[in-house]
Design a protein around this ligand. Structure first.
Ligand code: ATP
Length: 231
């Protein structure tokens, strides 16, 4: 998650309870069933009769319809242009995904979130007006690589490509040291925002506080500086 993604999700109305999901592959089904399980009203859509029947059997959405989303008239008749947020979960059919996204934007849907399966796909989706694009394979790949190489980093919020806020386990080398002894700002160029003990975080901790192994700390700074931490 980064700042521009967060800004997009904040534009969604909190009281919007309805979503349409087009494409019931593994990704689309996961979106549908999770929203449905959370109590939202979901309309699932697929062109494949078997996918529609399976979705009805599995009860992953309140309503499921079979239609071809490349046909604007089919989308209009099913009332999909009335939805505020529509998720295009068609990853493997480039032309269908792009055409569907274009149809939805031309039909007046204000928030179209689309799944990309390649960099070119992502660019094309943006060009035809997708408001937000997710690229789950790339995002999962990046987070797996980070987990493998930096297991002490618990959470990461990308501010921009070069700066982040990270929550990490207090490194062994910092165990028992006070915040002023650590002098993170001078030695690492990082600002300590909070220290987490059990379930509580202390914001702006005092300089005389000691950090302990097993606690969490939250810092903000450049990725280059964060990578210099002894984790
Ligand atoms: P995975 O299943 O691996 O998550 P995916 O989510 O990218 O992959 P796809 O293989 O792209 O899924 O398929 C998504 C679904 O979209 C399929 O069930 C397919 O039948 C459906 N679909 C493809 N074209 C259209 C279309 N024009 N209208 C409606 N549904 C479509």
């Amino acid at each position: 998650m980064n700042l521009s993604s967060l800004n997009f999700f904040r534009t969604l109305r909190a009281d919007n309870k309805q979503f349409a999901v087009i494409g019931l592959g593994r990704f689309g089904k996961a979106v549908c069933s999770t929203l449905h399980g959370l109590g939202y009203e979901v309309l699932g859509v697929d062109t494949d009769e078997k996918k529609v029947t399976q979705a009805l059997t599995d009860r992953i959405a309140a309503h499921v319809v079979q239609l071809d989303s490349t046909e604007p008239s089919a989308l209009g008749e099913a009332g999909i242009f009335e939805f505020e947020t529509v998720i295009v979960a068609i990853g493997n059919y480039l032309a269908e995904s792009i055409t569907t996204t274009l149809n939805l934007k031309e039909g007046g849907v204000s928030h179209v979130i689309a799944k990309a399966s390649s960099e070119t796909h992502l660019k094309l989706l943006k060009k035809v007006g997708a408001d937000h694009v997710v690229f789950p394979e790339r995002e999962m790949g990046c987070s797996l690589a980070r987990l493998l190489t930096q297991p002490s980093i618990l959470e990461r919020f990308d501010l921009d490509p070069d700066h982040s806020i990270v929550e990490l386990l207090v490194p062994e080398k910092f165990d028992g040291k006070t915040i002023s002894e650590l002098d993170l700002r001078r030695r690492y160029g990082l600002n300590l925002l909070a220290v987490g003990r059990a379930d509580k975080f202390e914001i702006n901790p005092q300089p005389n506080e000691r950090l302990k192994k097993g606690e969490a700390m939250v810092v903000v700074g450049s990725n280059k500086d964060i990578n210099r931490l002894p984790i």
